[in-house]
Design a binder for this molecule. Structure first.
Ligand code: NAD
Length: 289
């Protein structure tokens, strides 16, 4: 396929490299990044013109909307605009409407799996959009990822992503605060893990990504809390979840509290560049507020 790839940062660059390695003809565009081994266009529209599929991997909804204004007018009818960024549901649906009006099929396909998954081609895609567009993009999902779930019409991929990460943020906080309480009650962390990981308090945060160093499978806690999945990205996703909840009039008290706790950690305390499980040493040092 002829592919335009716009947004070649931490995630986009390795995803584009995997498409090139699989034999696709990829032209990139980024306002800053210049990854090696990828032909680059001077403008977003030049990367999109003549492409069968244009992939975007951008930081935010407003930037996605700006790029959509630049590329949709030059995309041909029946081609696919595949946005893999994590953005607000409203922007995803607005861009899909704009593309649809121009005869371009649009998919919102945010990912989980992080930079490691992007490099290894093992991302999970959560996809919103038509069956026809999903079918065209499926061979690309297979190269860049290990799983793609079609979640329904446009915006539903973003909806799935922020609901998943709202659960993840809340369970990570609950896991970290429970370890901090256990410490103060004199309960060994290993014993706590052995009980909870096989009892009703288990979760991915405890069992697969344990925030306590030296306990459970290897995780960012064993590497001085280097991300992994950075706290600031978790805060971004929790903010998107609360923006969506406000728009949909959904009561999400745990999600709101999780957002506030990560905002305090990242912005109140200035702790950036740390994995989202680094709440454990923070809680462990604190007394009751
Ligand atoms: P990044 O900041 O490393 O990359 C974004 C790239 O977009 C940058 O290179 C930037 O120069 C480029 N860009 C910005 N404005 C542009 C424009 N107008 N035109 C063209 N290029 C432009 O971010 P990332 O870590 O690669 O994340 C990309 C997306 O993936 C985000 O939405 C993020 O939430 C999501 N995501 C990231 C991770 C992760 O672990 N990093 C995991 C899952 C999802």
């Amino acid at each position: 396929m002829k592919i335009g790839f716009i947004g070649l940062g931490n995630m986009g660059a390795p995803m584009a490299a995997n498409l090139v390695a699989a034999g696709h003809e990829v032209v990139g565009f980024d306002t800053v990044a210049r990854p090696e081994g990828l032909p680059m266009a001077d403008h977003a529209a030049d990367a999109a013109a003549g492409a069968d599929v244009v992939i975007t991997m951008l930081p935010s909804g407003p930037i996605l909307r700006t790029v959509a204004m630049q590329i949709v007018p030059v995309m041909e009818t029946g081609t696919v605009f595949l946005d893999c960024s994590t953005v607000d549901v409203e922007s995803a649906r607005a861009v899909a409407d704009q593309a649809g009006a121009a005869g371009v099929m649009c998919l919102d396909a945010p990912v989980s799996g992080g930079i490691g998954g992007a490099a290894a081609g093992t991302l999970t895609f959560m996809v919103g959009g038509s069956d026809a567009a999903f079918e065209i993009a499926s061979p690309l999902f297979e190269i860049m990822g290990q799983k793609a779930v079609h979640c329904g019409p446009s915006g539903n991929g973003q909806a799935a992503k922020i609901c998943n990460n709202m659960i993840l943020g809340a369970t990570m906080i609950a896991t970290c605060e429970a370890f901090a309480l256990a410490d103060k009650l004199g309960l060994e962390r290993q014993a706590m893990f052995d009980v909870v990981s096989t009892s009703s308090g288990y979760s991915w945060s405890m069992n697969a990504y344990c925030p306590a160093p030296g306990i459970g499978p290897t995780s960012p806690a064993d590497n001085d809390y280097k991300p992994g999945f950075a706290s600031e990205l978790m805060l971004k996703d929790l903010r998107l979840s609360q923006q969506a909840a406000e728009g949909a009039d959904a009561d999400t008290p745990m999600g709101r509290m999780a957002r506030d706790i990560y905002a305090q950690f990242v912005e109140g305390e200035g702790r950036t560049g740390l994995d989202f499980s680094a709440l454990l040493p923070w809680f462990a040092r604190r007394g009751r507020m």
